[in-house]
Design a protein around this ligand. Structure first.
Ligand code: NAD
Length: 288
């Protein structure tokens, strides 16, 4: 049984932490939203009063927060030092983070002799609940081997993407693709409807051609086409990931023509106060 500190018990973090509890680990959690803490406690977790309390006395610390700036705030702005951790603690950031922040965190923790993995996840909260996430890991193989029994309780596919920061980079590249294809899917399905085509027939047809994508296959049939925008993945989080992708591309010097156009449509939704809705709300935004 390991002692695990888990910070960020939201849509993804709560089911992930519950899988660790069910794997017979002692999990101490913190979230700034008291409702999330109550749900975590009901599932058998031990509630901490702060993120720092979560860090102390943990062999593994996991963060699953909205943005990398939230992780940065907890670790760096709080001036966490070697004394804040148990010797040998492994810090695992599972947030979809800006790779440059991930690099800074690795640097900071390595200076104080704490091992770190960046390990953002792919797939949905349903897969988080069934422990079948895809986990993209950056860090040394030695650290990954030590953390693998913990990661295996949350994910069914663990991909070692390379050294420090490569998990973050893999996730951002992946989400660049999927946040941009969200827009083209919304446009295509609106075009389909307004042309008088039967949506089910169109989906069935497109699933058999190169038009197939994860949105045609899964997310639109589950959400937008049911007129249900309860968030599986929030529009504002998708926008955040896309912005990181565009920023990374700009710094590397590679074009993001479609990404910038898609970003404007996401921003329209956020400006209308609809950022907490599911990201397939793009379908309605395109309708105009
Ligand atoms: P969420 O907003 O549902 O959960 C985040 C939780 O963190 C919230 O409960 C919030 O109260 C808490 N929080 C925020 N700041 C905090 C702080 N300083 N201290 C303690 N708690 C704090 O988000 P989510 O959907 O669970 O996503 C988490 C991360 O995983 C994001 O980076 C997201 O991009 C990524 N992700 C989400 C999905 C998805 O389908 N939802 C899939 C893959 C990756």
């Amino acid at each position: 049984m390991a002692k695990i500190g888990f910070i960020g018990l939201g849509t993804m973090g709560l089911p992930m932490s519950i899988n660790l509890i069910n794997g017979d680990h002692k999990v101490t959690g913190f979230d700034k939203n008291p409702d999330k803490l109550s749900a975590f406690q009901r599932a058998g977790g031990e509630v901490a009063k702060s993120s720092l309390e979560c860090i102390e006395d943990a062999q593994f610390i996991i963060t699953m927060l909205p943005q990398s700036s939230d992780v940065y705030e907890i670790l760096i702005n709080n001036k966490v030092t070697t004394n804040s951790f148990l010797p040998g603690t492994i810090f695992i950031d599972m947030t979809t983070s800006h790779p440059h922040t991930t690099d800074k965190l690795h640097k900071h923790l390595s200076k104080i002799n704490i091992e770190m993995l960046d390990a953002p996840v792919g797939r949905t909260s349903t897969m988080a609940a069934s422990g079948k996430l895809l986990i993209m890991v950056g860090g040394t193989k030695t650290t990954l081997i030590k953390a693998e029994p913990i990661l295996n309780l949350m994910g069914s596919t663990i991909v070692h993407c390379g050294g420090a920061g490569m998990g973050s980079r893999m996730k951002i590249v992946n989400n660049y693709m999927t946040t941009v294809t969200n827009l083209v899917t919304a446009e295509t399905l609106n075009l389909c409807k307004k042309s008088g085509l039967d949506i089910d027939l169109a989906l069935k047809t497109m699933r058999q051609t190169t038009a197939t994508n994860g949105h045609i296959d899964k997310s639109y049939p589950a959400r937008a086409l049911q007129n249900n925008y309860d968030p599986i993945f929030a529009l504002e989080l998708a926008y955040k990931d896309l912005q990181i992708g565009i920023d990374l591309a700009e710094q590397i010097g590679t074009p993001t023509v479609l990404g910038k156009e898609a970003s404007k449509v996401y921003k329209t939704g956020i400006d209308k106060g609809l950022g907490k809705l599911d990201w397939t709300y793009m379908y309605e935004l395109v309708k105009g």
